[in-house]
Design a binder for this molecule. Sequence first.
Ligand SMILES: [Zn+2]
Length: 99
Amino acid sequence: MPSDRIRRIAQQFIVDVEQATRLDLQEELKRLVDGMAQPQRSATTASPPSSKPAKKKRKTPPHCVHDGCVLPHGGPGRSYLCKQHYDERERAKKEGSAK
Ligand SMILES: [Zn+2]
C-alpha cells in the first residue's frame, strides 16, 4: 500500500521536524507562556482598545458665545446665546426682514 509508505515518510518527516525545531519550539512555548502570564507587556501599539471614546458631537461653550459675554447661555435652542443677546439677535432679524 502506497499510503503506508506515505505515512512512514510523514512520520519520519514529523520526527525530523520535531528534532530540528525542538529548541525553537521550547523557546517559543516559553515566550507564549510568559506572554500569557503577563499580557500587559505586549508591545502591540497598533490599536489601543478604546481607551477614550472621544466622540463629542459638539463642544458646548461654557457661556454665551457672544464676543466678550460671560452670561450663561440658553443652550442649543438659543444658539448658545444668553437671553439678552438672543433677544438682540431676534430683534435684529425681525428688523432686517421687516421692510
Ligand atoms: Zn451674551
